[in-house]
Ligand binder design. Structure first.
Ligand SMILES: C[S@@+](CC[C@H](N)C(=O)[O-])C[C@H]1O[C@@H](n2cnc3c(N)ncnc32)[C@H](O)[C@@H]1O
Length: 232
């Protein structure tokens, strides 16, 4: 099966329990990382922000809690995930500042320079072509706007990496299977890290895609990383 189709079907299977499984798997610490990512965006008040691979909209709602004046567009290619995001919006976005749209992040249905900032949470590992995705994100950002990517990464310290790998490759499939409802899906997720670049490698991919002022911020001893790039 084509990888993109496989990824979409896998997320459709875990969509109903995705938020609950996330909270269990990260013990809620992901909230801190998400707040940090939103701070790194430093977007102007009232700005139009794009949340890519928005899933159930977790980062999109974080953006609105940080600055309720933002107008947030969440994009994902998995309709059941978007349905969960729209259901959350009824409770978490009473002002109607968020919109959720089905699209592939490698072919965004937006004009050039349409956004004042963009975010992506825990998803870059899942896109089929990282270079094409980054170039597409840069295209839709106005000059000076930032793209902030939050994802798991590869710790440089061998002991930290071994501990994290044990957690990610063994415990996540087990707990994800129990809480998230699909052991197969939660077995795939760790595999997505195997071919993913390390923090320096991903910074290089940002640069190849034309971003400038690139920063990589390690979290959780380098097991998680925030990458920030600015559109020229
Ligand atoms: C692990 S979830 C992350 C959801 C959310 N960003 C978060 O932080 O919780 C990954 C999401 O990426 C989406 N996705 C993967 N590849 C995509 C693509 N090429 N275009 C749009 N969405 C994609 C999946 O459908 C899924 O909802």
């Amino acid at each position: 099966m084509q990888r993109g189709v496989h990824v979409r079907e896998m997320f459709a299977a875990i969509a109903p329990r995705y938020d609950a499984a996330n909270k269990v798997l990260t013990a809620g610490v992901d909230e801190t990382w998400r707040r940090r990512a939103v701070r790194a965006l430093a977007a102007p008040p009232g700005g139009a922000i794009l949340d890519l691979c928005t899933g159930t909209g977790d980062l999109a709602f974080h953006l609105l809690r940080t600055d309720p004046s933002f107008r947030v567009t969440g994009v994902d290619f998995c309709e059941p995930m978007l349905a969960a995001a729209r259901a959350r919006a009824v409770r978490e976005d009473r002002e109607g500042h968020a919109a959720f749209l089905e699209a592939d992040v490698m072919a965004l249905p937006f004009e050039d320079r349409a956004f004042d900032g963009a975010t992506m949470g825990f998803s870059m590992r899942n896109v089929v072509d990282i270079g094409a995705t980054l170039r597409e994100i840069r295209r839709v950002l106005r000059p000076g706007a930032r793209f902030v990517n939050l994802d798991v990464s590869k710790a440089q310290n061998r002991l930290v990496k071994r501990a994290f790998d044990l957690y990610f490759y063994r415990i996540v499939p087990l707990v994800g299977g129990l809480v998230g409802g699909s052991r197969a899906a939660y077995s795939y997720l760790p595999q997505s890290l195997t071919n993913y670049p390390d923090a320096a490698g991903l910074a290089g991919r940002f640069s190849d895609a034309g971003f400038v002022d690139i920063k990589a911020i390690p979290l959780a001893l380098g097991s998680i990383a925030i990458h920030v790039g600015t559109a020229p």
